[in-house]
Design a binder for this molecule. Structure first.
Ligand code: ASP
Length: 342
């Protein structure tokens, strides 16, 4: 009888502590259990993403691409592949989908062009690569990875980045490849309203993609790719290609990929701030992410979210917007969510 009671009480406690981790504004898988053999988390952007604005078929399409992306990354990690390869393959898959604001589905600038940014970081040695403002590279994340692996630099931009990518044999396309009606219409809607609002489209934009992973060797990696923000001008570059803002990975702490209003993510060095709170402040992945996303960014007015994984395979995905396309895969568990209450 005593044994039965003890068992029931522990079940209750387990339930309480687990639901505590699954707050409405985040998705967490950090239950203090044994380290995971591998872990993968993805995002497809944060913003005003609400069930009432989504059709069933569009939601199913988003879920399908995220599910495929998780399978691609999980296959690599399960078979002992490196986290840097997993995050690259996952982001590439999402770049190839017209649904997300990266690669094929990139949003339009004020002038009606597509200018893309991407970055990647390896937590083993803090090696990193990034490209900004590229217009002809089919998969900007491959160019970022080439900068990491084959150059002595961290960030290349514009025509120079494209020349480097072409020299590395990375696939180039005509800019018309990035034309999607949905993104074009989004720009026209903003241009029509431009007399009323002169800023970037902060509210309706979403769809930046990112991935973070822990592999079986204990190595962390992060990758992020975006078309930036609809109606951007003057070669504006956001946080996504900036190491420490949009992307960060350090085996000693965590891997982070951000999405949201880039200007704030740059100023608050969001991805590195989370790692630094863990490294120097002794915070857990969850505490550090919540502090930055739910306190610092909220106080500043910076909307968005992040996905993160630590060296034990804990995953935390906090966001301060109505929704964030997000998902994770760990041994024997997979989860895909979109809305705050999902
Ligand atoms: N962070 C991206 C940027 O500011 C946009 C986004 O993630 O929605 O370029």
């Amino acid at each position: 009888m005593v044994k039965l009671l003890t068992f029931l009480v522990s079940l209750l406690l387990l339930h309480v502590s687990f639901s505590g981790c699954m707050s409405e504004k985040s998705t967490s898988m950090s239950d203090g259990s044994d380290p995971k053999a591998y872990a993968l988390a993805i995002h497809g952007g944060a913003g005003v993403i609400k069930k009432e604005n989504m059709t069933d078929s569009l939601e199913a399409a988003y879920r399908q691409v995220m599910d495929e992306a998780l399978s691609i990354g999980e296959d690599i990690l399960k078979n002992g592949g490196a986290s840097i390869e997993a995050v690259t393959a996952v982001v590439m898959h999402m770049e190839d989908s017209p649904l997300f604001n990266a690669g094929k589905g990139a949003v339009f600038t004020h002038e009606g062009e597509n200018e893309m940014d991407a970055s990647i970081m390896d937590g083993r040695d803090l090696n990193a690569g990034a490209v900004g403002g590229v217009k002809h590279i089919k998969n900007p994340i491959l160019a970022a990875k080439a900068v990491l692996e084959k150059s002595e630099h961290v960030m290349l931009t514009g025509e120079g980045a494209e020349q480097f990518a072409a020299d590395q044999g990375i696939g180039m396309v005509d800019p018309s490849y990035f034309h999607t009606q949905r993104r074009w219409d989004a720009l026209q809607r903003i241009l029509d309203r431009e007399e009323e609002i002169t800023e970037l489209d902060h509210d309706s934009k979403h769809g930046t993609v990112g991935a973070v992973a822990l592999d079986k060797d204990g190595n962390l990696a992060a990758a992020t790719s975006t078309g930036g923000m609809t109606n951007k001008r003057y070669n504006r570059i956001g946080d996504s290609p900036i190491i420490g803002a949009g992307t960060y990975a350090n085996n000693a702490t965590c891997a982070v990929s951000s999405t949201g209003h880039g200007e704030y993510f740059i100023r608050y060095a969001v991805a590195h701030a989370i790692s630094a709170q863990m490294q120097y402040g002794g915070k857990s992945l969850q505490e550090a992410g919540d502090d930055v996303v739910h306190k610092q960014l909220v106080q500043a007015g910076g909307t968005g979210g992040i996905i993160s994984v630590d060296k034990r395979g804990n995953i935390h995905m906090p966001f301060n917007t109505p929704g964030m396309f997000r998902g994770y895969a760990i041994p024997n568990d997979r989860n895909i969510r979109i809305y705050k209450k999902d």
